[in-house]
Each structure stands twice: as structure tokens, then as C-alpha cells.
Ligand binder design. Structure first.
Ligand SMILES: [Zn+2]
Ligand SMILES: [Zn+2]
Length: 175
């Protein structure tokens, strides 16, 4: 039972730590040294994939190595619950960012979820100005940018999700 609680704790901590870690990676790697690849995500996508999709593949590869070590190397078993927490975060990120906000799979159709629309409104600010917020599940939007975004009808998320045109502008709350 003690080992289970420890594993559960590691998993939760890993999940929570991923938000600031992801925001920092987005800020200093994807909008830093690795900007060339991430740029594709800030342009209108033609076709199903974008160069930026290489990022989640690379992150998943790192998690796979971590899980392999956790399963196979004595003394490193803690990496397994950490890997599970990181994977769950990645799953949540993909569902919120790629499936819901950018409408890449089309499963949501016109169905709106109020809380996810708030996250979409925050992410719209990132796409409008290529700056903050860099986080996804707990985005920190500077008040000045939030205000600036409120005054513009330009919606960079719309072009990125064909099939949801029209409804997007009305659906994203300007708060
Ligand atoms: Zn995006
Ligand atoms: Zn970005």
C-alpha cells in the first residue's frame, strides 16, 4: 500500500510539474533555438501534419526511454509512475490543444465546453502575438495582452481549423 501511495504521489507531481516545464520549453526552446520547426504551428496548416508535430514525437521518445529504464533498471522503478504522469499530461495537452482548440480531429464538431473555451481564448492570445501565455492547462495571460486581444476580431485559430469557421469568433469569450 505504501508503495502504491508513493507511486500515485510521483505520478501526480510529475503531471503537475509538466505545466511549468512545458511552458518553459515552449518559451525558450520552441520560441527560441527550435523556432524554425515550431513556426509551422503559427502559420495556416496545409494538409494534415505540420513540421511542429516533430516536437511531441521527440517528447514521447524521451518518455519511452524513461519508461524503459524504469521497467528494466533496478533502483529506477520510480521512473514508471513519473512516465505515466508525463504521458497523462501529454494526453491532456493533445486533447485540449490539438483536438479541441485547433480542431484537428474534428470529433468535437460544434460542441462547446465553457472551460475549454477559456483555455482557447488564452491560446488565441499566444497565436495573436507570438508571446505569453506559453502554458496550456494553466495559461498565465498578461492583462495588457488580454485587453489588446479583446479589442481585435482577428482569430488566428480559425484558419488552423477548417470546418469550424464562423462559429469560432462567436464562441471564444472575449474575457
Ligand atoms: Zn496552438
Ligand atoms: Zn508557440
Amino acid at each position: 500500500m505504501g508503495a502504491f501511495i508513493t507511486s500515485l504521489g510521483l505520478m501526480v507531481v510529475a503531471f503537475a510539474a509538466m505545466e511549468p516545464l512545458t511552458a518553459a520549453t515552449h518559451r525558450w526552446v520552441m520560441h527560441g533555438v527550435g523556432e524554425r520547426v515550431h513556426r509551422s504551428h503559427h502559420r495556416v496548416r496545409h494538409g494534415r501534419w505540420e513540421a511542429n508535430d516533430a516536437y511531441p514525437v521527440m517528447f514521447a521518445a524521451v518518455v519511452c526511454v524513461g519508461l524503459w529504464v524504469g521497467f528494466n533498471q533496478p533502483g529506477w522503478a520510480g521512473l514508471v509512475p513519473v512516465g505515466v504522469g508525463v504521458t497523462l499530461y501529454g494526453l491532456a495537452y493533445a486533447l485540449v490543444h490539438d483536438v479541441y482548440i485547433h480542431g484537428r480531429v474534428g470529433v468535437f464538431g460544434g460542441h462547446r465546453v465553457a472551460h475549454l473555451d477559456r483555455l482557447a481564448a488564452a491560446h488565441r492570445v499566444h497565436h495573436l502575438y507570438n508571446g505569453a501565455p506559453y502554458g496550456m492547462l494553466l495559461p498565465i495571460v498578461p492583462a495588457e495582452l488580454r485587453e489588446r486581444a479583446r479589442r481585435t476580431d482577428r482569430d488566428p485559430l480559425e484558419g488552423a481549423s477548417p470546418g469550424r469557421r464562423g462559429e469560432r469568433v462567436a464562441a471564444v469569450p472575449r474575457t
